[in-house]
Design a protein around this ligand. Structure first.
Ligand SMILES: N[C@@H](CCC(=O)N[C@@H](CS)C(=O)NCC(=O)O)C(=O)O
Length: 247
């Protein structure tokens, strides 16, 4: 059987990705123990070849192409139901949805801000990502073009209208909230790992990348419940396909 393919932005190491929604798609495949390969794309034209919406991630499974990380989880959870990533309990399911949406539409934009709009971190992004993956001339212009595009989206969402101190305060309060949710339990909702954990973890894990946002990593490390949860999530996610990010 052909492997599932994940079309994604590359990462700092082979097989990884710099994009939280792409990481969310990969994590889903890992938790489900599904074999997959990644197809790295960097330019808008390459992305559009796979997804006319011009966004990553997209996955290809046999003849099917699915785009958008939430729709990817829904598809995979239906087609490969074990282990399930949703709850049977309607109240838990509702909370799982709310947390996934919060991660995608709120936490994600804080991550965008901290990576792209904080000058010291943007410099790191240029060194670790653009210099590594982009061809010689393109890498000179691509960071500024991408920053303008990403910044525009962050302004439309609202986060880029705020000052850095406010953004940091709000994000660190989100860490406090996540830590409080994890008090006395292994996972965010109920007793099993769900798509809420995957969605929130995809962002927290990426913000823990010391080469890009060492300032945020320091904050995350202050929270004991989050640290334990990160260790558990990492163990579950890498159980099957560690080789993919280590090779
Ligand atoms: N809500 C979407 C977000 C997808 C998204 O915005 N992906 C970004 C990468 S993190 C992208 O494709 N950017 C390419 C571009 O805008 O040209 C999801 O969860 O899949």
């Amino acid at each position: 059987m052909a492997k599932i393919q994940v079309i994604q932005y590359p990462g700092l190491i082979k097989g990884a990705t710099i994009s939280p929604p792409c990481w969310k798609a990969q994590l889903t495949l890992r938790f489900k123990g599904l074999d997959y390969e990644v197809i790295d794309v960097i330019l808008p034209a390459q992305i559009k070849k796979h997804n006319p919406r011009g966004r990553v991630p997209a996955i290809k499974d046999g003849g099917e192409i699915i785009v958008d990380s939430s729709d990817i989880i829904t598809y995979l959870d239906k087609k490969y139901p074990e282990p399930p990533l949703d709850s049977k309990d309607p109240k838990e399911r509702a909370m799982i949805r709310v947390l996934e949406d919060w991660a995608d539409e709120n936490l994600y934009f804080y991550a965008v801000y901290l990576r792209w709009l904080v000058p010291a971190n943007f410099k790191r992004l240029k060194t670790c990502f653009f210099n590594e993956h982009y061809p010689p001339l393109v890498k000179i212009v691509a960071p500024a073009i991408a920053r303008k595009e990403v910044g525009g989206r962050a302004r439309t969402q609202g986060v880029a209208l705020k000052g850095e101190a406010v953004v940091r305060k709000e994000l660190y309060e989100c860490f406090e909230a996540i830590d409080a949710m994890l008090e006395g339990q292994d996972y965010l909702v109920g007793s099993a790992l769900s798509r809420a954990d995957i969605s929130v973890f995809a962002i927290i894990d990426q913000l823990s990348e010391e080469r890009l946002t060492p300032d945020v990593r320091k904050e995350i490390d202050k929270f004991q419940n989050i640290s334990q949860w990160r260790a558990l999530m990492t163990e579950k996610a890498w159980g099957l396909s560690r080789a993919q990010s280590d090779s």
